[in-house]
Design a binder for this molecule. Structure first.
Ligand code: NDP
Length: 445
């Protein structure tokens, strides 16, 4: 495979789409050996076909705020690859959303979904709409406008979106309500639904729980566990909340959370009532991080900083892409951190990943570590299709089993001659082989 030619061609076709190009480069670098050993992939043009989405829908969403002012936002759905199942991936509502970010997320989703062992292809969507500070009525009008366009390309066997940053249970509810009205059917077309209307138990916490189950397996390869470990978590959204709860349950102590403006350090641990307090703040659509330090005086707010300067045993970046750079990685290494597991998608820059791996730190990439979210979405789809609901214990056991099997796939495909497990390579190779072989089987389409 001529890696550089493929990357250069892609860059020429999509100049400035930096996050997308970064994600493609990372995957291609780690599958290079396996592609070279299997020339039939190149003959069939698998790589060139895999790196471009099947299609992208872009549209506008005009909506009216509570004062009667008109706003126009952009909406997207990237249907990347459906070789192993219907397109599946979240919707992100955040001002930073653009095509490059959604293509990077959709591309990553292909491999992540393949790793889950469930039949799901890769996709992603969203809008530059910012739900922060909006009233429920404004969010509802926006979601309804968004669905007026999205409805044309989704369906329970075609494309099944879910939540992501800025899209939680409330937004999924408004989106689903409009879909149901337009499509005149009650099917499992979105996941992350409310429990009373098709949602799965554990789905809200699944990404964070799964990330901690995966990190638990990573630690076990060194004979370690979460018991007694201090843990830095970034963000305080859906993923961070689930991760913080599960770390606490396993005997670890979460000492940080963060937001775009800075981070909180609470040396006494963020658990129990403190998590409940944060959830209340989040539900009120307010900034979650800074008020924490006013409520709990043992905590300190560090404005404009990231949590990676705190001395911890384990780091779980759970906020957003490129939030842990080379400097942060160096700080973690120097402070004795032994494991970094990405709850978010691509939170570590490529330089940070190299620093962590060169220092033989256990490093788990998002596409493996945070796959528990989409895996539980897959379990929600199964329950919807069977028209039944599993118990908390059933869903949690299936999630735990899936995370263990993803870890095994990474170990199988990523263990190096010196015994170090390259989880990035392991995840990329395992996910790629499954999708590439399915594409070969299905011919040139
Ligand atoms: P949420 O919107 O629920 O939470 C995001 C959190 O990150 C918020 O606390 C937000 O703070 C914070 N944040 C945003 N930007 C920054 C920044 N620049 N620095 C520090 N903190 C920041 O999103 P999710 O928890 O759902 O998603 C988080 C990550 O996990 C994303 O990368 C997402 O793609 C990934 N992911 C999510 C899955 C899911 O099931 N939800 C599944 C798999 C991956 P504030 O609210 O103050 O803006």
């Amino acid at each position: 495979m001529d890696l550089n030619k493929i990357l250069n061609d892609l860059e020429a076709k999509h100049p400035g789409e930096n996050e997308y190009l970064q994600a493609v480069r990372e995957v291609l670098e780690s599958i290079e050996d396996v592609v070279n050993e299997n020339p039939h992939f190149s003959t069939a043009g698998i790589i060139e076909r895999l790196v471009e989405p099947d299609r992208v829908l872009t549209f506008k969403i005009p909506w009216m705020d509570d004062e009667g002012n008109v706003h126009v936002n952009l909406g997207y759905r990237v249907q990347f690859n459906n070789a192993i199942g219907p397109y599946k991936g979240g919707l992100r509502f955040h001002p930073s959303v653009n095509l490059s970010i959604l293509k990077f997320l959709g591309f990553e989703q292909i491999f992540k979904n393949a790793l889950t062992t469930l039949p799901m292809g890769g996709g992603k969507g969203g809008s530059d709409f910012n739900p922060k500070g909006k009233s429920d009525a404004e969010i509802m009008r926006f979601c309804q406008g968004f669905m007026l366009e999205l409805v044309h390309i989704i369906g329970p066997d075609t494309d099944v979106p879910a939540g992501d940053i800025g899209v939680g249970g409330k937004e999924i509810g408004y989106l689903y309500g409009m879909y149901k009205k337009l499509a005149r059917e009650h099917t499992g077309v979105l996941t992350g639904k409310g429990l009373n209307w098709g949602g799965s138990l554990i789905r809200p916490e699944a990404t964070g729980f799964g990330a901690v189950y995966f990190a638990q397996e990573m630690l076990a390869t060194k004979g370690e566990s979460f018991k007694g470990k201090t843990v830095a978590v970034s963000g305080f959204g859906n993923v961070a909340w689930g991760a913080a709860s599960k770390v606490t349950e396993l005997g670890g102590k979460v000492v940080t959370i963060s937001g775009p403006d800075g981070y909180i350090h609470d040396p006494e641990g963020i658990s129990g009532d403190k998590i409940d307090y944060l959830l209340e703040l989040r539900a009120s659509n307010m900034d979650v991080v800074e008020p924490y330090a006013e409520e709990f005086p043992e905590a300190t707010f560090f404005a404009g900083k990231r949590p990676w300067e705190v001395k911890v045993d384990v780091a779980l970046p759970c906020a957003t892409q490129n939030e842990l750079d080379e400097n942060d990685a160096r700080n973690l290494v120097e402070n004795g951190c032994i494991c970094v597991a990405e709850g978010a998608n691509m939170p570590s820059t490529p330089e940070a990943v190299h620093t962590l791996q060169n220092n033989k730190i256990l490093f788990g990439p998002g596409k493996a570590v945070n796959a528990g979210g989409v895996a539980t979405s897959g379990l929600e789809m199964t329950q919807n299709a069977m028209k039944l609901a599993w118990t908390t214990e059933e869903v949690d056991a299936k999630l735990h089993h899936i995370m263990k099997s993803i870890h095994e796939a990474c170990v199988k495909n990523g263990t190096q001659a010196d015994g170090y497990i390259d989880y990035v390579k392991g995840a990329n190779v395992a996910g790629f082989l499954k999708v590439a072989n399915a594409m070969l089987d299905q011919g040139l389409i």
